[in-house]
Design a protein around this ligand. Structure first.
Ligand code: SIN
Ligand code: FE2
Length: 209
């Protein structure tokens, strides 16, 4: 035997393949499209450098995750471009959270990431919440993506897997503090998102209940 042992995602990581049926994926994509009409996708910027991310974003729920050059990563109750409150979370997402999070309070933020053919998401830890005792729950819709997850150290070993439309990922327990990201999208692999691309919906509890 040569090489190092395969890295396994930390405990608390769960991949639920095909959690949503095709019909449910389409219903969810429709709900996202409708909510995004009120809270349009925009392109956020990195703290300090102002470098634009490679995904478009919007949010649903009482709080939304935003980033810009001046104030960096944070949660805000209103859309940075329209100034209006974020639209309510689709009921299907509240039901998903109740089913898989094991948390006694509802999610407060649903970050919506829209990936085009060249979008990616560098390795990062979701750590802007007070309620880090709650899992992060995410849904993939549309084109397939290669998702990567490691441990608590940025430079440590990682594992990768393909996420397909309808898949749900739960980052709870030790995996809540794990580095993760998206290496690449496989364009044209799904017709669930009108106009193509991939949508990732990330549900988070922000404040402690
Ligand atoms: C993220 O962790 O920010 C996004 C994960 C994904 O798109 O699957
Ligand atoms: Fe994340």
């Amino acid at each position: 035997m040569t090489g190092r042992a395969a890295f396994h995602p930390p405990p608390g990581f769960r991949l639920l393949p095909g959690y949503f049926s095709r019909a449910q994926q389409q219903a969810l994509a429709g709900a996202v499209e409708q909510a995004a009409a009120a809270a349009p996708f925009y392109r956020p910027a990195m703290p300090r450098t102002g470098q634009p991310l490679s995904v478009d974003m919007t949010n649903f729920g009482p709080l939304g995750w935003v980033t810009d050059r001046e104030k960096g990563y944070r949660y805000e109750p209103a859309h940075p471009v329209t100034g209006r409150p974020w639209p309510p979370m689709p009921q299907m997402l509240l039901d998903l959270w109740a089913d898989v999070s094991g948390y006694p309070a509802p999610p407060e933020a649903c970050l919506v990431n829209l990936y085009g053919p060249d979008s990616r998401m560098g390795l990062h830890v979701d750590w802007d919440e007070e309620a880090t005792d709650a899992a992060v729950v995410s849904v993939s819709l549309g084109d397939r993506a290669r998702f990567r997850i490691g441990g608590v150290q940025r430079k440590g070993p990682t594992a990768s897997m393909i996420l397909s439309s309808g898949d749900v990922v739960v980052l709870g327990g030790a995996a809540r503090r794990s580095f993760h990201g998206v290496d690449r999208i496989f364009p044209g692999t799904s017709s669930v998102i009108r106009g193509g691309g991939r949508v990732n919906l990330t549900l988070r509890r922000v404040t402690r209940p």
